[in-house]
Design a protein around this ligand. Sequence first.
Ligand code: DOR
Ligand code: ZN
Length: 428
Amino acid sequence: MTSLLITNVRPYGEGEPVNVLVENGVIASVNAGADAQADSTLDGKGAVLLPGLVDMHVHLRYPGGEDAETIETGSRAAARGGFTAVFAMANTTPVNDSPVISEAIWHKGQQVGLCDVHPVGAVTKGLEGETLTEFGLMARSDAKVRMFSDDGKCVDNPRVMRRAIEYARGTDVLLAQHCEEPRLTEGASAHEGENAGRLGLGGWPRVAEESIVARDILLARDYHGRVHFCHASTAGSVELIAWGKQQGADITAEVTPHHLLLSDDLLDTYDGTYRVNPPLREETDVEALRRALLDGTVDVVATDHAPHTPEDKACEFELARPGMLGLETSLAIIAEIFVKGGLADWRWVAKVMSERPAEITRLADQGRPIAEGEPANLTLVNEDDTWAVDEAGFASKSSNTPYRGHTFSTRVAATVLRGEVTFAGDRR
Ligand code: DOR
Ligand code: ZN
């Protein structure tokens, strides 16, 4: 039997500090004496204790993109960010469109052992938008694939999306759509608006996203599938999603920390770091996304952690690859905006960053209550630890963070996966 005593922590940031005893990966007590016997101790120093964070949307680049990230560096970044489970998108090389590749990703994640890495299967072979992959075979593989997405690309053909929804229903898997009508984003690199116009950048209009959101709400409603909308970025998408939920469509949605914090005013720098897909929008969109996350219209925060090499980023804005790092800064951003901003409490953070993502992806052992008998997947958060973002200290293999020099006052202090400490800042 192995045991761990986590001292001086406040579950959900509520009440007096307690000591949590973990035995064999399971919470044995949430009110242990300070003298309880354990193989090792983690000094919580008064930290907030949350269920381990779950990220429905990351790119870990394995296989084929290991110059930007690997399962090991990505898992370490996840653990540093407070995550105990992540979902790795299928746009790798080769694409994750078969059980062999899904299993390779899953087994590598387990071998590294810092975070559960759940492979997301491609909806279509080679992400080409035509032929559906074998959802059932991937779902039944060792990797137990439970989410399918062509993320990076949109399943733009409505007939293919309809078939995917019908097929997914039979295997009870989730379809995650990257909403982008490609015929409206040809040559686009920035949000279509005043800033892109002034800077001479090709515009990515809101309707490119919203037209797919609207279409897929109707498809989900009529063909009874579970559809999840990746990285919602516009006020209009949020209105459509609210309407779709009222209609009883089985839909969910995520928003990224960068769309909740940044706007296209940053494009003045022409810095490729700020190129992301969907693009940074306007303040009014940022406000609407915040409200939608608060009122539950948008279900979860997901990072869309998208590592890229310096060669792919340090170039002309329009040539830079889209994407930003997210894993190691997301909790700090959400805490800053919502908890420090007085809009929400830690219970709510647990909901949008752990419980709901685990529910939507049907992970039985994640996003669970902090209570006796529950799996010890836990995140410790220091509410009063001011730090400046410096990518030199990141575990990620890439450094394309848009937050360089930003200062945050909340920081992940430690992460525990099934009773094993996977990250401990200065806690031991
Ligand atoms: O900015 C993005 N980067 N958006 C995506 O949809 C894909 C991702 C990537 O793979 O780099
Ligand atoms: Zn995407």
